[in-house]
Design a protein around this ligand. Sequence first.
Ligand SMILES: Nc1nc2c(ncn2[C@@H]2O[C@H](COP(=O)(O)OP(=O)(O)OP(=O)(O)O)[C@@H](O)[C@H]2O)c(=O)[nH]1
Ligand SMILES: [Mg+2]
Length: 414
Amino acid sequence: MKNGLLICPSNVDSYKEAELKELMDSGLVPCTTQIFYNPNQIRTKSLLGTGKIQEVRMLLEENPDIDTIVIGYPLSPLQARELEAAFDKPVLDPTDLILNIFSLRAQTKEAKLQVESALLKRKLNRLSGFYTDLDRQGGAGQNRGAGEKKINLDKRQIQLYITQNKKELQKIENQKKTQAKSRNNSNLPIVALAGYTNAGKSTIMNKLLELSTSDSENQKQVYAQDQLFATLDSFVRLIDTDPAAPFLLVDTVGFIQDLPHDLIEGFKSTLSNLKDADLILEIVDAANENHAGHIETVARTFESIGVSQIPVVQVFNKCDQTSFAHPEADNDRIFISARQKSDIQFLQNEIVNRLYGKEVTTTLELPFEKMNQLYLIQKHARILEEKPTDEGVKLTIRYREKNFPKLAGIFQQS
Ligand SMILES: Nc1nc2c(ncn2[C@@H]2O[C@H](COP(=O)(O)OP(=O)(O)OP(=O)(O)O)[C@@H](O)[C@H]2O)c(=O)[nH]1
Ligand SMILES: [Mg+2]
């Protein structure tokens, strides 16, 4: 565990400040000391002025335990290098914190490659400006030739790694596409869980899975934790709680304000699962005081990955920690607590209503000679009552509106 010094602009809003601390905790650099700087006095080269740098140096001398410095503001490559040189300690900005967490969490080969690519691109950016920066400072020095050669070599090496990673990622993506196609050859509707990190997406997936009857290997629970970015990969599970209205459920990586561009790029293939969805459930942490800000961030991310045309229903989760009545639903919003089984049942029903339409009850008579069609009814409807008649059987069935075409043939005959 490390000890972090957080240096924020004095006008930072309290929500952003809390999120930075959470990012520090999640990245195992908890904030042990915090100071502020005046955002009106920032420098292009080093962000902090000489007086502030001096103050931080003294603080570091008095607190030798501090081993990492976090600046709560995006740093240019030059500023990051200047500050690291001034403090002789690693200096991280919000993007570094997020990358740090991602590299701690990455489990699958795909996630590891994505994080590595983002880290390499960042390193390349820092190296790219190196000599331009030195020129600007007029301090290129006599050894510039050898140093420049080394940096160019490093840059070429990094570029090579980035290209290799890209190829491997493409291969994995192609494999996944083939798998997804074969998994969905029955054309099941796809529901994607998306939203801000830590909102409860994976918990909701696990709870819906618990209700579901299927118990194949495919039904493994996914990782859910009270930490930022618990999920880095996308997972697909079959939910067939209502056997006549099954759907595939996809869990995805969480969003955050100012998600680094390289990461959005890197995770595009993971997020592109959202593009294939028939319905997106945007999970909102209703108990978070800044949930309105989260909703804005998610809307911007949806736009940047191009899923604006897919229907979205907002699911206000964690209502147990709010005054919202639950379970409740209107057209575009559902209010639940994933901790309550009855709320999950309600959610399951709301999802199925949207995918398969409302339930309709009807009666029909199935003559003996058509008895072989009973399996269609069993597959796409629920039989509520069966009464034998002279010609066959009289059935009371309940089916979803959108399953009507699958049953229409039977209705015509009966
Ligand atoms: N009180 C309360 N806590 C909840 C509820 N749903 C989820 N949580 C908790 O919220 C935390 C985050 O849940 P996750 O399911 O990991 O959240 P996520 O959206 O998948 O997060 P990322 O994968 O990080 O994007 C966990 O500690 C859950 O136990 C709820 O309805 N009520
Ligand atoms: Mg998750």
